[in-house]
Design a protein around this ligand. Structure first.
Ligand code: NAP
Length: 427
């Protein structure tokens, strides 16, 4: 018989309830099979559990009560928030030499160094599989399966809410705010969706993936972040005409000992597997020296997949399986976005008159930018003399592109600031 593992659960919301359901499903099969006892639950909500199942469980109304409770082996923190009570109980548990499982990407990303130091000092482990892409076991893949390989680059769609919005804008031909409202009604976006749509949630996850893949410390401030809140339907449609999908992509890669981490919306060739990860799904690609390109797809969030991730960490710890956070081997220099060398999608709104294309071309030439394709449509429905010109470019430096656009946006025939979206070649 497996040794008894006592867990204390802090927070019974979407993920916490999923975990309880998973433990007790099929007449408590998982509870018996893995010999788990819930020795404490801290919940502000009324628990949906029979008295029989709670006979050995101490119930607290507030998670801070766990600070003076220590009859557990693993603290399972499912409250959220990068500081406050979550941080207090996690740090307290580590100092009590307990292990911790959390789904809290914001906290893990922010306190990476401190967590690492404390875990090493107190010989505890903290696991966070559920913090990145709920239904994809990407932390275990990096820490175990691919540990023998050198990772070259890792990228993916890390935020299900923004992926749902982009996918549905295109399929229903509706604008950003209409689809955001729909996502909120369906529970795919929170009432405050800021972190999802401004890219910060994806950046939290990317900072964790990057730290594990490249043995560095997680650092949000090293990531260039742009979200999707400015995205217009017309650009999703033009991108489709050109053979691309627009996705909010997070990427971490090492080039010449420099690390380049970003989260931004970009055009991806529709033939790439990641371009076809739609709706609330997440997709992650890892490129490594012995496995080449590995692609993983799964539900990015939600009660059940996330609970599955949390439970897998609990089993790992109860099997004495620990992956210590390691100190970086060497400091990597961070590459600035202005050094990006890639191609671009540009949408110009101009007066429809001769000389427009040559005016744009002149600024391109001065900044070593060459056009790859051009599409021009008159905006006939507006019955105006405006023209929309969509251009894709060959690879150029981002700082050159910025310089050119600064000049182009001031030309007298340009009516609106030019829309610029990066094209990401994943070859
Ligand atoms: N939801 C997902 O799909 C998902 C996926 C991956 C990771 N995560 C992460 O998982 C964590 C939990 O997310 P969630 O979606 O389950 O959040 P949630 O539904 O808001 O649940 C959090 C629960 O914690 C409770 N709580 C807050 N402060 C407390 C305290 N001091 N003592 C006891 N309980 C307290 C809340 O109470 P009230 O009900 O009173 O607010 C709520 O019931 C977060 O770190 C999140 O980023 C979530």
């Amino acid at each position: 018989m497996k040794n008894l593992t006592k867990i204390a659960i802090a927070g019974v919301g979407t993920v916490g309830q999923g975990l309880i359901d998973l433990i007790f499903k099929d007449n408590g099969r998982n509870k018996k099979k893995f010999n788990i006892e819930i020795s404490a639950i801290a919940s502000r909500r009324k628990l949906k559990l029979s008295k029989k199942n709670l006979s050995n469980t101490k119930i607290f109304k507030d998670a801070s009560s766990l600070l003076s409770f220590d009859d557990y082996d693993i603290l399972v923190e499912l409250i959220g928030g990068e500081d406050g009570v979550s941080k207090n109980i996690i740090f307290d548990a580590i100092k009590k030499k307990k292990n911790v499982v959390t789904a809290n990407k914001a906290l893990v990303s922010k306190h990476w160094k401190k967590i690492k130091t404390l875990c090493n000092q107190y010989d505890s482990s903290l696991k966070f599989e559920a913090a990145v892409a709920g239904g994809i076991p990407i932390i275990k893949i990096l820490n175990e399966f691919l540990k023998s390989n050198n990772i070259k680059r890792i990228y993916g769609i890390l935020n299900g809410t923004s992926n749902y919005i982009l996918t549905n804008m295109l399929s229903t031909k509706k604008n950003f705010s209409e689809i955001l409202q729909k996502a909120q009604k369906l529970g795919y976006a929170e009432s405050d969706p800021t972190f999802d749509i401004n890219g910060i949630d994806a950046a939290h996850k990317l900072s964790i993936l990057s730290a594990i893949a490249f043995d560095i410390d997680a650092n949000l401030s090293d990531i260039f972040v742009e979200g999707i809140s400015e995205m217009e339907l017309i650009d999703l449609m033009y991108a489709e005409t050109l053979g691309y999908k627009i996705k909010l992509l997070g990427m971490s890669q090492i080039k010449n000992n420099n690390i380049f981490n970003f989260v931004y919306p970009c055009l991806i060739d529709f033939r790439e597997s990641i371009a076809n990860v739609d709706g609330v799904y997440n997709g992650i690609v890892v490129e490594s020296d012995f496995c080449n390109k590995s692609f993983f797809q799964g539900e990015g969030a939600g009660s059940n997949p996330t609970a599955t991730s949390v439970f897998s960490d609990i089993i790992n710890i109860s099997n004495n399986h620990s992956n210590k956070l390691r100190n970086p081997k060497e400091k990597k220099k961070n590459q600035d976005i202005s050094e990006r060398f890639g191609s671009y999608y540009l949408r110009f709104t101009t007066i429809d008159k001769p000389g427009v294309i040559s005016g744009i071309s002149q600024e391109f030439k001065k900044n070593k930018i060459s056009m790859k394709s051009m599409l021009q449509k008159d905006n006939k429905p507006e019955k105006s003399k405006n023209a929309t010109i969509v251009v894709t470019t060959h690879n150029c430096l981002e700082r050159n592109m910025k310089k050119a656009l600064k000049k182009i946006n001031k030309l007298n025939f340009v009516l609106k600031n030019t829309v610029v979206i990066r094209i990401e070649s994943l070859k």
